[in-house]
Design a protein around this ligand. Structure first.
Ligand code: DSN
Length: 408
């Protein structure tokens, strides 16, 4: 008996999701398609094992094999990022951030984080998130005229507010982040510096984005975005903060680690260490640049006028439609993206004036600049014309392209 026979409802949904992934152009910048090997590791009996603690120091017996798994994941992650210490147990990026804040700060301390509407992340201080509820948040944004981080303004805010920690990193910022500048500011005001590289970790791993590890106290990431691993988180730091970080992940904020997920992280890290992955990440960045150029040629206005990462952000206001409407129009044609706030967005977060597009998945499927040109053309056509005929024609083209680039 298999899942198909025992639980048809769930089996059918899994199969349907596989078909959806195959038949659409997934352009959500934070998503990726993990390798069959990563998925194989996830679906194993490692899910059964309790292993509270760390390799060699567990609170349960029978951990000799999962110890090897976790030690291997740590070793590989250290090799990728050149960091002294790694904790691979956080269940997610937000869990990694929670443990990081609590390891260096007390509840009520002041954190300076990038405003969500300017491209930051919920866990960098949004009032509805634990970060905004339990810490005093001083937000910083981007320049109104060009959408870039304004390091002089960030320095002014830091000098005035004297935060205990500055958080850098973003989920909708299309440009490189100058971690060195952030570290100079943090040093000047005596603040800790934490970088959340969830979006750009794959780029950092392969030198396509400046390195935060050498100049930040703590670096957190997810493992499922540009790193293309299983859904999960990770924390990197120097020896100095390693004990506090480990203690704050377990027992501070988590119980048993997800050993199947840690095994899949290890598999992903081996892939990241390969030459093939360097080529992949270069492709992600080249594809995003091509996509941005072609969208602009088609009349789209982009936040910061382009990209040097894996994502682009369209400002929908000149088109006189919202991000929500844009997302829905593209989805009808089989192009999946997400509405996203643009800096100083006049619309609510559930409506927005922006559309975020990323190239990690399309590059995983083997698509290159030629395909980006075609896709950008379709996106421009749909967003400008907005008529059922155009959507129907693009849907046909999308199906053709998807067939030429099988997922698995
Ligand atoms: N939800 C993720 C993103 O889409 O960027 C961030 O956690």
């Amino acid at each position: 008996m298999s899942l198909k026979d025992k639980d048809k409802k769930i089996y059918d949904s899994i199969v349907a999701e596989g078909k959806r992934q195959q038949n659409s152009l997934e352009m959500i910048a934070s998503e990726n398609y993990a390798s069959p090997e990563v998925i194989e590791a996830l679906g194993t009996h490692l899910t059964d094992k309790y292993a509270e603690g760390y390799p060699g120091k567990r609170y349960y017996g029978g951990c000799e094999h999962v110890d090897v798994v976790e030690e291997t994941a740590i070793k590989r992650a250290r090799e990728i990022f050149g960091c002294e210490h790694v904790n691979v147990q956080p269940h997610s990026g937000t869990q990694a951030n929670i443990a990081s804040y609590l390891s260096l700060l007390d509840i009520g301390d002041k954190i300076m984080g990038m405003d969500l509407s300017c491209g930051g992340h919920l866990s960098h201080g949004h009032p509805l998130n634990f970060s905004g509820r339990y810490f005093k948040i001083v937000p910083y944004g981007v320049r109104r005229d060009n959408g870039y981080l304004d390091y002089d303004e960030i320095r002014n805010i830091a000098l005035r507010e004297k935060p205990k920690m500055i958080v850098c990193g973003a989920s909708a910022y299309p440009r490189k982040i100058d971690f060195k500048k952030f570290s100079e500011i943090a040093d000047e005001v005596g603040a800790y510096l934490m970088a959340d590289i969830a979006h750009i970790a794959g780029l950092v791993a392969k030198g396509e984005h400046p390195d935060p590890v050498s100049c930040c106290d703590i670096v957190t990431t997810t493992t499922h975005k540009t790193l293309r691993g299983p859904r999960g988180g990770m924390i990197m730091c120097g020896k100095k903060n390693s004990k506090e970080i480990d203690r704050m992940v377990f027992p501070g904020t988590q119980g048993g680690p997800l050993m199947h997920s840690i095994a899949a992280k290890a598999v992903c890290f081996k892939e990241v260490l390969s030459h093939k992955f360097s080529k992949y990440i270069k492709g992600v960045v080249l594809n995003a640049a091509k996509l941005a150029d072609e969208l602009k040629r088609g009349g789209m206005k982009l936040v910061t006028d382009g990209t040097d990462t894996h994502l682009v952000l369209i400002d929908m206001r000149p088109l006189k439609i919202t991000g929500k409407e844009g997302e829905s129009l593209l989805q009808d044609a089989g192009i999946v993206a997400n509405k996203n706030t643009i800096p100083y967005d006049p619309q609510k977060p559930f409506v927005t004036s922006g559309l975020r597009l990323g190239t990690p998945v399309l590059t995983t499927r083997g698509m290159g600049p030629e395909e980006m040109k075609e896709v950008a053309g379709w996106i421009c056509d749909i967003l400008k014309k907005r008529d059922p005929g155009t959507i129907k024609n693009v849907r046909k083209e999308v199906s053709r392209m998807c067939k030429n680039f099988p997922v698995r």
